[in-house]
Write a protein that binds this ligand. Structure first.
Ligand SMILES: [Zn+2]
Length: 424
């Protein structure tokens, strides 16, 4: 089947930042086959969708998530990270069943599809249930089973991760990764084993590093930093997705130069937990790729990447004490091409031969009028609920605000009752 969307302003985010307004995009078998000004492709299609008053742009990529934590949204908000984790979240997570993780992830997928996210990197347990929900929802995902413990207690979790990777490797939309949680929850010898397994099995690594001041203080007592420790364990020998990296110092940058992967900043989570602001300008100058993510919905409360783009811009401008420290386009790039680059994925920009992963954002609304600058409108004024279409791998997962892949209302009811059972 060949599809075409005709009429919206097409923002490609390609290297020349080409914009076609009004434009068209044609796709077949999950790939973009032509794009350009309106009526630029005379070849017939099986389905033509006319969309006026809208922007068509690459789908957003959420580079760091714990999707099933939707069921814990709003639990013990406003407490510090370590207290929140150890006293509230870990005891509840111990009660989560496989079906809870499946339902929580599907609920997250509904929220992501509505707000224009086409793929996400996830770290959680019951990874096979995360994959089951993602497969049903039609999104793309980079899934890691969270690994914690020491060489003895953590080995079964590493074994499970490798079994999961063997089972899902080669799936068109799901990429397995290894997910050692953080240097404060994984012993050094287990980190070394994960690094060796990642190299042997050619898997990427997803890890939290330098998220909070407490973590930095703990590692300082061991005369090291999270980056030095990760380097010593061998984690940088594979593709690595570093969630947060908030407290990266100038001397740590040496570990990052030339790495495969990059940092995923989660500004809303970092602000809400009072953890700090990523030194983005320093990383930009060093040529380190910085993508964007929400973190889990229990710490961020929202999976809306439009909110995340605003937060990234606000915090960077605040940190730099100057509005020119950070431009709107940088937030949009972080949420698309930069996150794709961290993941080693061909998405994040629109061009012939690239994946047909895109969204359509309606612009005929009071808060997007007038349009002096499309990118500024998308980053500073648009909201996730403005998304009208979400297309992944050529499949239309949402059309005019209606999710087509699954019964969203049934998932909401199921999630509601499971969340109540969990906390009762
Ligand atoms: Zn996280």
């Amino acid at each position: 089947m060949r599809f075409r969307m005709e009429g919206p302003t097409v923002i490609t985010l390609d290297d020349k930042r080409t914009v076609y307004g009004p434009g068209q995009l044609t796709w077949q078998d999950g790939e973009i086959v032509s794009l350009g000004p309106e009526n630029s492709d005379p070849a017939p299609v099986d389905q033509l969708i006319r969309v006026g008053d809208a922007y068509l742009l690459p789908g957003l990529l959420n580079g760091h998530n714990h999707a099933a934590m939707t069921l814990l949204r709003g639990v013990a908000d406003d407490s510090p990270l370590f207290e929140w984790l150890h006293d509230h979240i870990f005891p509840l997570e111990a009660k989560l069943t496989a079906e809870d993780v499946y339902t929580g992830t599907l609920l997250a997928c509904a929220e992501m599809i509505h707000t224009g996210t086409v793929g996400f990197a996830d770290m959680y347990f019951h990874a096979e249930q995360v994959a089951r929900a993602v497969e049903q929802a039609g999104l793309r995902a980079w899934i890691a089973r969270g690994i914690t413990g020491d060489a003895q207690s953590g080995q079964p979790r590493l074994d499970e991760s490798l079994e999961f990777a063997t089972e899902w490797r080669g799936h068109p939309r799901i990429t397995p990764m290894l997910g050692p949680h953080a240097p404060y929850t994984v012993s050094f010898d287990l980190l070394q084993r994960v690094a060796a397994a990642a190299q042997e099995c050619d898997l990427g690594i997803h890890i939290h590093l330098a998220e909070s001041p407490q973590e930095m203080a703990e590692l300082a007592q061991r005369q090291t930093t999270p980056f030095a420790l990760a380097h010593r364990a061998g984690l940088f020998s594979s593709r690595i997705l570093i969630a947060h990296g908030t407290h990266v110092s100038a001397s740590d940058v040496d570990y990052l130069v030339g790495m495969r992967g990059g940092i995923i900043t989660c500004p809303v989570s970092n602000a809400k937990l009072g953890n700090g602001i990523l030194p983005y300008s320093m990383l930009r100058e060093a040529g380190i790729t910085v993508g964007l993510g929400t973190d889990g919905p229990a710490s961020t409360n929202s999976l809306d990447m439009f909110l995340e783009m605003k937060a990234m811009a606000w915090l960077q401008k605040l940190a730099g004490r100057h509005p020119e420290t950070f431009r709107a386009e940088e937030a949009l790039i972080a949420a698309t091409t930069a996150t794709a680059s961290v993941l080693g994925h061909a998405g994040g920009q629109l061009a012939v031969g690239r994946p047909a992963d895109f969204i359509v954002v309606g612009r005929r609304s009071a808060h997007l009028t007038p349009e002096h600058d499309a990118v500024a409108n998308l980053v500073y004024a648009a909201q996730g609920k403005d998304v009208r279409y979400t297309v992944v791998d050529g499949h239309i997962l949402m059309a005019e605000g209606i999710i087509t892949a699954f019964d969203e209302q049934a998932v909401i009811l199921e999630a509601e009752s499971r969340a109540k059972m969990l906390t009762s």
